[in-house]
Design a protein around this ligand. Structure first.
Ligand code: F6P
Length: 504
């Protein structure tokens, strides 16, 4: 860490930490800490006024951003430089939204045209009647499609999509039960095209097609991968292999051909709007400086809590049933990106890395986990996310009530309520941020996801972490493989469990 960064952290650590109620003595607070992004699908309002950020902390974090060369690192990402240094790769998911190095944007556009042709050909019947798609992938090859499809197809989909990730056969069987092999396509989604879960599920899906009377099971498969030659070798015809660039990380890949099921379910127009929404946030992120940069400002709030207040988790509650899978998506994005103990140059991090991301959907979570938020001993910074336009067409009382509950929680966490009866005392001074979308549609969902991607990157830059590798997931995979291969012995506990489970 540079001297300037060390000095910035020291300044931040020494600042007073007034309570939220005290901070609201400033009549300009709401104006200072809230912002609105006008986007293609409608505006999104961000309100950090109920966090403990104040002008002094924000100035301190701006000094840290300068010391960590945030502007230079952001420019390097945009230019397509190798910023994923441990894997020697550029980081170019934004090029799929038309933002980045020209040659990569052109390549991404060409790949999208190929994907569009296949999607439209399927809609037009080129592969016969297609009612269902079983999308097989895991991690970044599943979470984004699952979120977008669940959020955006409430009123129906052009094709009924089932996302299957787990190697537990119960997951694939559930999808098989819901589909007819005669009218089902299989998407095999894997950046590497080697992931055990995905390849095992794909093989079983082929068997199922065959057993269901499909004469040419491979003819019903579409492959989505950064290694097209592996998909061809596995048996998929080149015309149904949709590649994406190696410089697009798995957890950033839903904009690429990994988004094929989204486009198939929604139609190309909606998928294009999804990309446009994300692109609008890219423009904002790459062109706004300092506090005007909202993903950067969100990272300031994140770091305030983990680094200066010792919080170990952060929670996201979507007060919108359509976003019930958002916390799952954010868990991979944030924890796989920034859950690391070393800096990009391999030095010990020396401070907390990413917090544990968790969350749920409101109002359900209020009746399950909010007790701890209001009265527990762990301080948990919370994000509330809601949309003003309802997703349902029932009595407007539903949505009014939903929004009232969402906003009540932020107010209650902050204000608390004193009581001499300890069990009924609410200490208050508990932080939350609110992200209020005018509407939830393909463009605003794209924008929301891109906002979180850039927020994650900004957190990584300010901590000095490479947010784009994930070596932590490898060891467990290797051990599982050696268990299956046999001939290796483990500790007594693992040996006893393996014997009892019948694996060895
Ligand atoms: O094991 C972690 C991981 O590599 C994730 O980063 C990735 O999203 C997931 O596995 C799936 O990988 P693939 O798309 O190569 O099958």
């Amino acid at each position: 860490m540079t001297e300037a960064a060390t000095a910035a952290w020291a300044t931040l650590a020494a600042l007073d930490k007034p309570s939220l109620q005290a901070l609201f003595a400033d009549p300009m607070r709401l104006e200072l800490l809230s912002a609105r992004l006008d986007l293609p699908g409608g505006a999104i309002r961000f309100d950090w006024s109920k966090t403990h950020l104040d002008a002094a902390h924000m100035a301190g974090f701006e000094a840290l951003a300068a010391a960590m060369d945030f502007t230079g690192k952001r420019a390097a990402m945009l230019a397509g430089d190798v910023i994923n240094v441990t894997e020697h790769r550029a980081v170019e998911h934004t090029t799929l939204r038309g933002v980045g190095r020209d040659t990569s944007v052109e390549e991404a556009h060409a790949l999208h045209l190929r994907m569009k042709s296949l999607v439209e050909a399927i809609h037009e019947g080129a592969l016969g009647e297609v009612k269902h798609l079983i999308h097989i992938g895991i991690g970044g090859s599943a979470l984004g499609p699952a979120l977008a499809i669940d959020a955006l197809t409430r009123d129906g989909a052009k094709v009924d999509v089932h996302v299957v990730a787990n190697i537990d056969g119960c997951a694939l069987e559930a999808a098989m039960r819901a589909c007819d092999p005669a009218t089902t396509l299989i998407a095999v989604a894997s950046k590497t095209f080697t992931t055990t879960e995905t390849m095992t599920n794909a093989a079983s899906a082929l068997d199922w097609l065959k057993a269901g009377g499909v004469a040419d099971p491979y003819g019903r498969v579409v492959a989505l991968t950064a290694y097209p030659e592996k998909a061809v070798e596995w048996g998929v015809d080149e015309t149904r292999v949709l590649p994406f660039p190696e410089s697009v990380g798995g957890r950033y890949s839903l904009w690429s051909s990994i988004g094929f099921p989204i486009a198939l379910a929604l139609g190309w127009q909606d998928f294009a709007e999804f990309l446009d929404g994300a692109a609008a946030v890219d423009q904002h992120f790459f062109e706004s400086d300092g506090l005007a940069n909202l993903p950067l400002r969100a990272a300031f709030a994140d770091l305030y809590y983990t680094q200066l207040r010792g919080t170990q988790t952060r929670a996201c509650f979507a007060y919108d049933e359509r976003l019930r899978l958002l916390p799952d998506y954010l868990q991979q994005l944030e924890m796989e990106s920034n859950g690391k103990s070393v800096t990009a140059d391999g030095q010990p991090l020396g401070r907390p890395s990413a917090p544990i991301t968790w969350g749920g959907v409101g109002t359900d979570a209020q009746h399950a986990v909010f007790q701890l938020l209001h009265q527990g001993t762990n301080l948990v910074p919370v994000d509330f996310i809601a949309a003003i336009i309802p997703g349902d067409s029932l009595d407007p009382a539903h949505h009014r009530n939903l929004l009232a509950n969402c906003l009540a929680q932020g107010a209650a966490l902050m204000a608390g309520r004193a009581s001499s009866d300890g069990a009924r005392n609410y200490p208050g001074d508990r932080p939350s941020a609110t992200i209020l979308c005018e509407d939830l549609n393909p463009a605003t969902l794209g924008a929301l996801i891109a906002f979180h991607e850039h927020r994650t990157f900004a957190n990584g830059v300010l901590l000095g972490i490479n947010s784009f590798d994930q070596f932590g997931v490898e060891l467990g995979k290797e051990i599982a493989k050696s268990i299956l291969a046999g001939g290796v012995s483990f500790d007594p506990s693992t040996e006893a469990l393996l014997a009892e489970a019948g694996v060895k």
